[in-house]
Structure formats: C-alpha cells, structure tokens
Design a protein around this ligand. Structure first.
Ligand code: KG4
Ligand code: ZN
Length: 341
C-alpha cells in the first residue's frame, strides 16, 4: 500500500511517500524555524501563509523523490489535529483537493498518533509489538500512553502544565540561546556538568503518572536572576545550567516511564516526539532498558521531530485496520483528542 503523508500542524510543511506503513520512499520537510526565530516562537498567521506557499512544491518534491506518479498512490493521509487551526487547514484542504482530483481516499490522522507510528518506520530494526507503552514528548504534549493497537490507545498520564519541549523552549529563550530551543540546550548540556545545580524534580505520589515542568522552569529563571547577566555570559556556567536542567527533565521522564511499564506489565517502550531526539534522554532510556529488561524503540532523530512519514505510517495502520476514509466529513480539530474515533 502506497500512501502520501502530509503534515502542516505547526511550523513544518512536510510530505512523504511510505510503502506498507514502514518503507520510506520519500521524506521532505520544509522548516519555517528561521522565519519564526525572529519572533522567538511560532506566529500562527505567518505559519499558515508559509504552508500555503510551500505545500504544493513540497508534495511535488516528495513524489519526484519517491520515483512514483500521483496515480500510483493508494491513499492520502493528512494531519487533522491537534495543532494550529490555519496551519492544519492548509494541509487538510490540499489533501482533499488532491484526493478528489485523483479519485483516491483521504484519511485524517491525529498528529500524536503520527508521532507514535514513527517507531514503525523501517530503520533497520523490528517494529514494536502491541501492546506497548508510548512516551510522547513534543513541544505541545507530554504523555504516557498504553497502545494496544493502532486505534486502541489509553492515556495513563500527561503534563499538568508545560510540555517537556515547551520547557526546553522557554528555558532556551530565558538563556538567550534562540528558537527552537530543545536542540540548542541539548548541545550546551553535552559540555556541562549535570550535577552543578540542584534543580527540583516534580514526582508526585508513587502511582501518579502525570508530569509537571513549570517548577523546574521557574527554578532556572530564579537561578538566572540571582546570578546576574555576567554569569550567563560565562560559557561554562551556561553549559552547566543546561546540563543540570536536562538531567532534571530526563530523570523525571525516565522514572515515570519505568513506573508505567512496571504498573502495566509492559515490556516494550516507544519514545517519540521532538524531545525524543534529545541525546541525554536517548542514552538514559537505553541504560534503563538494559537494567529493567525492556525493549526500547526510538525513531531516528529526523522522525522524532515533525515529519510526514509518521503521518503516512499512522494512516496506513488505520486503513489496514478498517478505518474509513471520507473526504466529505474530513475537517480540522485544533484540540483533537488522542482517544477519539
Ligand atoms: O514533535 P515536535 O517536532 O513538534 C511538536 O509536535 O510539538 O517537537 C518540537 C519540540 C520543541 O519544543 C523542540 O525544542 C523539541 O521538540 N526538541 C528537542 C530536541 N529537538 C527538538 N528537545 C530537546 N532536545 C532535542 N535535541
Ligand atoms: Zn509534533
């Protein structure tokens, strides 16, 4: 089954062609990060306009890279939520128009289900079996999900305030590192001492699988305020603070994932979303997997951050398990729940 995936929920315009939900034939991502960087964050109206300007060339590029013709496609899968409403509309309306012109089915995909499906893309390792646990860590979401099948998801825990990626982005902004901040803090952390600063870990009751990152973000801001502007210009001080912040985030994510695996009796962990590209998190989870004897599935860094191959993979799984693709009822939902139909 050959599926074209389309992703325009935030600030990446992406199109990909995936065969049988696993084999990536083309994977094109046009990032708007530089356009939004001067505002220190994504400007929704600017994002929609950028998507409009790039969506057709990005699709053409993907079809050319895949070496297929539009007529060869079996279906089109497009992100229909959650995300920015204007940005989502560009992808969904483009997908519907293309599907209508080609006489092919078009299927709406939840962006978070897409992130989880990235673990199925063939990167030279086996696909995760069901049931498994998914730790979704992105700019907008931090979730622990029990995945019993492509359309059988149960949320076990989520963040009570900031998402992990959002905390990274806000800390990076306070430290004057720029936008998007996750990868920049990650790079600084690699040079720093993770024990230089004692930062709080929000770990409520033993059975609680929720997260909270706002206290940590405030602690960094307080440290920065107390140290004064000269400290932030000291490269080692900055690297140490980034390393200490990263250690606190990673510690909480790893502890909660282990707790959820144990509580649910699961032996397979998928980690996905932009923060899954983080080197500290990837290596801490690998250590935990060896210690607790579970199998870890982490997509390649390019498939952790937003891309359309993951949307094509999730769409294929849904089609294979009987989801109906209907252009007339397909619409966008900026707050689309994960456990919807
Ligand atoms: O999944 P994603 O591309 O978009 C959303 O669905 O939100 O995630 C973007 C988030 C941003 O907050 C970004 O700072 C973070 O992922 N991120 C990272 C790294 N690379 C991206 N966070 C920590 N370390 C990284 N290496
Ligand atoms: Zn995402």
């Amino acid at each position: 089954m050959l599926v074209l995936g389309l992703e325009t929920s935030c600030d990446e315009t992406a199109a990909a062609v995936v065969a049988d939900g696993r084999r990536v034939l083309a994977d094109v991502v046009s990032s708007q990060a530089l356009v939004h960087a001067e505002y220190g964050g994504v400007v929704p109206e600017v994002a929609s306009r950028q998507h409009l300007a790039t969506v057709v060339p990005v699709i053409q590029h993907a079809i050319r890279d895949a070496g297929v013709r539009l007529g060869d496609l079996d279906a089109i899968a497009v992100t229909c939520g959650p995300g920015l409403v204007g940005a989502l509309l560009v992808g969904v309306e483009t997908a519907k128009a293309l599907a209508y012109a080609l006489g092919k089915p078009v299927l709406g995909v939840n962006h978070l289900a897409g992130h989880m499906a990235a673990a199925f893309l063939d990167e030279g390792r086996p696909a995760p079996p069901w049931p498994h646990l998914a730790l979704v860590v992105s700019g907008g979401h931090t979730l622990l999900v029990k995945v019993e099948g492509p359309r059988r998801l149960r949320t076990l825990g989520s963040t009570r305030d900031d998402a992990a990626g959002e905390a990274y982005d806000k800390v990076a902004k306070r430290l004057g590192l720029g936008y998007p901040g996750g990868a920049l803090v990650d790079a600084q952390a690699a040079r720093g001492n993770p024990e230089a600063f004692k930062l709080p870990r929000a770990l409520p009751g033993r059975d609680d699988l929720d997260f909270s990152f706002s206290g940590l973000k405030t602690a960094v801001a307080t440290l920065l305020g107390g140290a004064g502007p000269a400290a932030a210009e000291d490269p080692q001080w900055l690297a140490d603070l980034c390393a200490s912040f990263q250690a606190a985030v990673v510690d909480v994510l790893v502890r909660k994932a282990r707790r959820a695996l144990e509580r649910e009796g699961l032996r397979h962990l998928v980690v996905c979303g932009g923060v899954a590209a983080n080197r500290g998190l990837r290596s801490a989870l690998a250590v935990a997997a060896a210690a607790d004897d579970f199998t870890l599935y982490v997509p390649a860094p390019a498939h952790c951050t937003d891309n359309a191959a993951m949307i094509a993979a999730a769409g294929t799984q849904r089609l294979q398990t009987g989801a109906t693709a209907r252009a007339d009822t397909l619409t966008v939902d900026p707050g689309l729940p994960l456990e919807g139909p």
